[in-house]
Design a protein around this ligand. Structure first.
Ligand SMILES: *Cc1c(COP(=O)(O)O)cnc(C)c1O
Length: 458
């Protein structure tokens, strides 16, 4: 019976589970996981013997060996202390370990009926985040796959709310909806506008890279009822720049608009007492996102989406279908109602377990430490004659140039760093000039590690 083989407990099943847990255990507890590096499709095909999916199956041992010795080494270790590109990840040991439990239990996180315990724990985490960001007790939301889906879900809720408001007031709906954001806003906001068939009103950021209130005010006055949301960034991905959230939020005293804060990378900095003031005004947001898979030490993939008034999210996103009637007719809190997704794993649970295990003080300390390390390495960069800081870092991203280097020099240097398995630091650019950047959020990254990279640029 194939079901006995594939689904039931049996000696073969025990061997498979043991092998996978053994591998996971070794990998999680290994002291020195290499950075590893990608391979070409041709090379991977060759190394995997031309294909791994056969009619009879390879058996778990061979399949796992292929993963361990061929496929896994062709994946960058994004949690490596010297993986400093894009936005890295640095899940805690508790969070990584618990991710296995989420998978092992077949938990369903879409509805209260099916996943009450898991949803309760996720909601406790969302409550902690809402408090941290100054949102009211009544705020709520859902963990979604990533910032891109979080931004899109929030902006759709903003548009539906704007639509309801105009209709209720007997006003005409605009031909095209508009989303106001900075030229420096993350690409996912522009992508969301495309999906929504809405226009983006790109407001030029100031010389310091921040979106300013007077410019937002002008855009709101010019585009009026057509604006369904203003997006302010709480820590840009390139530089960690935080828009003038306080000034933009204060416009709410005068104008009626939905304020969304895209804090995917940076909002976590509010866990550091010394950085909280940078985010003043966040407490007036109508919606916000933060990606725990970035700086809040959760594994991929995890974005917390919060609404000031969750009803706005629910009106926009609840799916209606006959087979779902029993869910939608009940008064329960169903996470599926708050974003563009129905089936979902309770992806907030690894974060819940980690926060429950270590407590919030440990998080504050870890976030503060990375901000301090960034400050320290920025000073070191500024002190080196051959290096120039492009901007003073505000959070935990530092961008700098090596004087005299062209893009090709950065490319060569970066490839050599990865080839030698020293570090993963890719070239970037600003205003047409090549540079490089460290995105520092791994508590295991040390000052000496970073100095070692700077030395390779001398
Ligand atoms: C990373 C990031 C996003 C996109 O988040 P994903 O989880 O990659 O989809 C959006 N906005 C900002 C500011 C980000 O840093």
């Amino acid at each position: 019976m194939v079901a006995d083989r594939m689904h039931a407990a049996s000696p073969e099943s025990t061997a498979i589970v043991d092998a996978v847990l053994d591998y996971s255990r070794r990998r999680m507890l290994a002291a020195d996981v290499p950075l590893d590096k990608p391979q070409t499709p041709v090379e991977l095909r060759r190394l995997t013997g031309g294909g791994t999916i056969t009619a009879q199956g390879l058996g778990a041992q061979r399949a796992l060996a292929t993963f361990e010795h061929v496929l896994a080494p062709a994946c960058l270790t994004t949690s490596h202390p010297l993986y400093l590109s894009f936005i890295p990840t640095a899940p805690t040991m508790a969070a990584i370990a618990f991710d296995l439990v989420v998978s092992a239990s077949g938990l369903y996180g879409g509805s209260w009926v099916e996943g009450a315990g898991a949803v309760h724990a996720e909601n406790e985490v969302l409550g902690v985040l809402a408090r941290e960001f100054g949102l009211p007790e009544s705020a709520g939301g859902v963990f979604v796959q990533g910032g891109t889906i979080g931004n899109l879900s929030a902006l759709v809720a903003a548009r539906e709310t704007a639509k309801d408001r105009l209709l209720a007031a007997g006003r005409e709906l605009p031909q095209r909806w508009k989303i106001v954001c900075s030229t420096e806003a993350h690409s996912s906001n522009k992508s969301a506008a495309r999906v929504m068939d809405a226009d983006v009103v790109l407001v030029p950021a100031g010389a310091d890279g921040r979106l300013r209130a007077d410019a937002v005010r002008e855009a709101l006055l010019e585009h009026g009822d057509a604006v369904c949301a203003v997006v302010a960034t709480g820590g840009s991905t390139n530089f960690g720049i935080v828009d003038d959230i306080a000034g933009i939020a204060a416009l709410k005293d005068e104008l009626d608009f939905w304020l969304h804060i895209d804090g995917a990378y940076g909002l976590t900095a509010m866990f550091a007492p010394e950085a909280r003031h940078i985010f003043a005004g966040v407490e007036r947001a109508d919606s916000l996102i933060v990606d725990p898979h970035k700086w809040l030490f959760a594994p991929f993939d995890c974005c917390a989406l919060l609404y000031r008034d969750p009803d706005g999210g629910r009106r926009a996103h609840t799916q209606h279908a006959e087979y779902l009637d029993t869910l939608t007719d009940a008064d329960d809190f169903n996470p599926s109602d708050y974003s563009i997704q129905l089936t979902r794993r309770p992806r907030g649970l690894p974060l819940w377990f980690s926060m429950a295990t270590y407590g919030l003080d440990a998080y504050r300390e870890a976030v503060s430490a990375t901000i301090a390390l960034t400050r320290r390495i920025a000073d070191e960069i500024a002190s080196r004659p051959e290096l120039t800081l492009v901007r003073d870092p505000e959070l935990s991203v530092v961008v700098f140039e090596r004087d005299g280097w062209e893009r090709a020099d950065y490319d060569r240097w970066s490839a050599e760093l990865l080839d030698s398995q020293h570090a993963f630091v890719v070239p970037s650019s600003h205003a047409g000039r090549p540079n490089t950047r460290f995105a520092i959020l791994n508590p295991l990254t040390t000052f000496e590690d970073l100095v070692g990279i700077l030395d390779t640029m001398a």
